[in-house]
Design a protein around this ligand. Structure first.
Ligand code: GRG
Length: 300
């Protein structure tokens, strides 16, 4: 399959759906709405919601049922990026090649737009029209799983450990621990939500979970490798123009702890594991194979 065509098509579907949801939000306060809209539509790849659609599709779930949950994950991802860019955390001036939210709207509005996106994410997936086709208990379990991924054992906890150990010598296990929470939790949840809406059998859910855990880790190590510079010597263009206070540079990454060759070997191993996990699903799992290959292709 042409994975780039597939991703573009899915991205378009998610963008259109997000546009519809965002239109429903009140236009006031104006700056808050502008800031939310700016960050949601500043060129994200939509990998997490695409994963939900791909896994859900594998188990026969309809896109219209999956989309509110898929978009919820994208809103949570967007909130985390806005907050992560703030001076108190990474202190970045650029995100996706554009000014970060706080650079454009000020720290207060940026902070609030992240808060609002997180709250609206939960509002979106629990709207009556979002959950009509689903069993109530399943909806509660999905909300519980998504909130867990966003919380202490997921995004926020991973970020907190990253802050705590910043600048200290780290081992690979600690780097992987942070990656599994900061980045992996949303990937894992995105895939599991798709599988659960598709009512996957327990052994298939476990298989998809292992696939997604490896995918999330491969994604983050790939990002680290690109940050460290690729084999041809071209460094990934730095997102950061605020070199005086940028805190990202202090963070231990997989390549900084294990070296670039080991990091690349780990990515190759993770890709192999991802592909092995989805083997029993045959050609129906081609989108999941393509996503895994797309995620790592820039690093190996
Ligand atoms: C809760 C404040 C807070 C932070 C949580 C997830 C996180 C910690 C911070 C986000 C920033 C960051 C560097 C995350 C690591 C994962 C990563 C490389 C995210 C970028 O993901 P892409 O490439 O983003 O999927 P796009 O731009 O495509 O949406």
């Amino acid at each position: 399959m042409d994975i780039h065509h597939y991703l573009k098509d899915r991205q378009g579907l998610i963008d259109r759906t997000l546009e519809r949801y965002l239109r429903g939000w009140k236009q006031h306060p104006k700056n808050l709405n502008k800031a939310m809209h700016y960050s949601v539509f500043s060129g994200g790849k939509r990998l997490r919601p695409i994963l939900t659609l791909a896994v859900g599709g594998l188990f026969g779930a309809k896109s219209r049922v999956l989309l509110p949950f898929a978009c919820t994950l994208e809103l949570i991802h967007t909130y985390s990026l806005i907050h992560d860019d703030l001076p108190a955390l990474d202190n970045d001036d650029l995100r996706r090649g554009k000014l970060t939210s706080h650079k454009l709207f000020g720290e207060g509005i940026a902070l609030l737009s992240g808060d609002a996106l997180l709250a609206e994410a939960f509002h979106l997936m629990t709207r009556p029209q979002s959950v009509r086709a689903l069993d109530c208990m399943l909806v509660v379990e999905l909300v519980r799983e998504i909130s867990h991924a966003a919380g202490v054992d997921g995004l926020v906890g991973g970020q907190a450990v990253d802050l705590e150990v910043g600048g200290q010598t780290m081992d690979i296990a600690t780097v992987e621990y942070i990656h599994a929470r900061k980045t992996g939790a949303l990937f894992l949840t995105a895939a599991r939500v798709g599988a659960r809406i598709g009512r996957a059998a327990p052994k298939d859910l476990r298989r998809i979970s292992r696939y997604a855990e490896r995918l999330g880790l491969a994604f983050q190590i790939t990002d680290d490798i690109l940050d460290a510079g690729n084999s041809s010597g071209e460094a990934k263009q730095s997102e950061n123009h605020n070199d005086n206070n940028n805190k990202e540079a202090e963070k231990a990454t997989y390549p900084s702890v294990a070296g670039l060759p080991t990091a690349r070997a780990r990515v190759r191993e993770l890709l192999k594991n991802c592909l092995k996990e989805v083997e029993p699903f045959g050609i129906a799992a081609d989108p999941l194979r393509g996503i895994a290959q797309f995620v790592v292709e820039r690093a190996v």
